[in-house]
Design a protein around this ligand. Structure first.
Ligand code: SF4
Length: 380
């Protein structure tokens, strides 16, 4: 492809033009489209809307496992034997203590995630109370909740409490949905996003790449999320949790999640959804390997401290990567102290799983999941 091809891609995205399915598929599947000029085109769009800033998000796995749903990619599903440590909803003080830690660690947004199909009326009120309290204590911290399926009324209760954003991922294409989950449908998910938008909430919705979908389905999802107006798009790459029903393609499979393919996917999302916050989410360390920092050219957002049950890079390593690549973290805090202390990359307790063989080491320990857990009362 000549320089005009890449220039045209960037120019169209900069003027909010909609690329065609065929054009986007080419970016994923045609070897004549070269990675570096493609990243450069995506970067021109990212820079126009976000400059060199990076938003870091910290997830709080506020209720883990015991989910009656059967999402084949999820360690919390009833069908998974990944061996996570389940727990009921964390007490409010624990969630608030973790919000404070996230705020002080420079998080732009704090995401509270609750396993399960969806909250009851009572649970929705509890979530609303938590949102109110986090906003009262840390007014500049953006708050996001992911709590499963919601109807119009529940979305409104959360919006009235001051919630900024609701996360609900589409995960995969409409036609593939029945293969990865039988207990709810793609349309259930779309309806939750619509309920959130009706209540005035900003929406975060993304996908998991590596569940058997061909490039055209990745493109279909990018265009669907554009049409749905997702303000934030987490692009996850399926992690190999031993015991999960679904595993990513083998490294030597034709559809393997190579670093190059993952970067192409991120470019597709930046060019299809130019103004969205595109997040290089789960699997960043594992699948992008030595190309990890390149994700910052199409994406403007990352998770810090790993994922729901999956370990990720230690936070100082992520900060260092952002700084070394010449990007800036959006934060209320001065992070210089943290940036100066960088752990040795060989310490297995601080570095993400970087090898294909290390599958079981990818699961977070209970200490990582509950860093602010109140001490158990001493038996008398
Ligand atoms: S509904 Fe959510 S927590 Fe439950 S199995 Fe599906 S993704 Fe996992």
């Amino acid at each position: 492809m000549d320089a005009a091809f890449y220039q045209n891609l960037a120019d169209r995205a900069l003027s909010d033009g909609v690329p065609t399915d065929a054009e986007l598929e080419k970016l994923l599947a045609d070897p004549a489209v070269e990675l570096l000029p493609l990243l450069n085109a995506a970067y021109a769009v990212r820079r126009a809307h976000f400059g060199k800033t990076v938003q870091v998000h910290i997830l709080n796995n506020a209720q883990n496992g015991r989910c009656p749903e059967d999402c084949a990619y999820c360690t919390q599903a009833k069908t998974s034997e990944a061996g996570i440590e389940p727990y009921a909803m964390k007490p409010a003080e624990e969630v608030l203590a973790e919000a404070e830690r996230a705020y002080k660690a420079g998080a732009h947004r704090y995401c509270m995630v609750f396993s399960g199909r969806g909250p009851s009326d009572k649970r929705t009120e509890q979530l609303a109370g938590l949102v109110r309290e986090v906003k009262r204590r840390f007014p500049s911290l953006e708050v996001c909740v992911s709590a499963g399926l919601l109807d119009d009324e529940k979305a409104e209760v959360l919006a009235d409490a001051g919630l900024d954003r609701l996360n609900h991922n589409l995960n995969t294409s409409r036609q593939r949905y029945g293969e990865i989950c039988t207990t709810h449908t793609y349309d259930d998910r779309v309806n939750t996003l619509r309920a959130a938008q009706k209540a005035g909430l900003s929406t975060c919705s993304g996908l998991i790449v590596g569940m058997g979908e061909p490039p055209e389905e990745v493109v279909e999802l990018a265009l669907s999320l554009r049409e749905l107006g997702a303000a934030s798009i987490p692009v996850n790459f399926l992690l190999p949790f031993e015991g999960n029903v679904l595993q990513p393609p083998a490294p030597d499979a034709p559809n393997a999640l190579t670093p190059e393919y993952c970067l192409r996917v991120l470019c597709v999302f930046r060019l299809a959804c130019p103004r969205a916050e595109v997040r290089c989410a789960a699997g960043r360390e594992f699948h992008l390997r030595l190309m990890e920092a390149m994700c910052l050219y199409p994406a403007n957002s990352l998770f810090l401290d790993g994922y729901l049950n999956g370990r990720g890079a230690e936070r100082r390593r992520t900060y260092r990567m952002i700084r070394d690549a010449g990007f800036e973290i959006v934060s209320d805090h001065n992070l210089d102290g943290l940036l100066d202390e960088v752990p040795a990359d060989t310490d297995p307790s601080t570095v993400a799983p970087l090898t294909i063989d290390g599958q079981n080491t990818a699961i977070k320990s209970i200490e990582q999941l509950r860093p602010a857990r109140p001490a158990e009362p001493v038996a008398k």
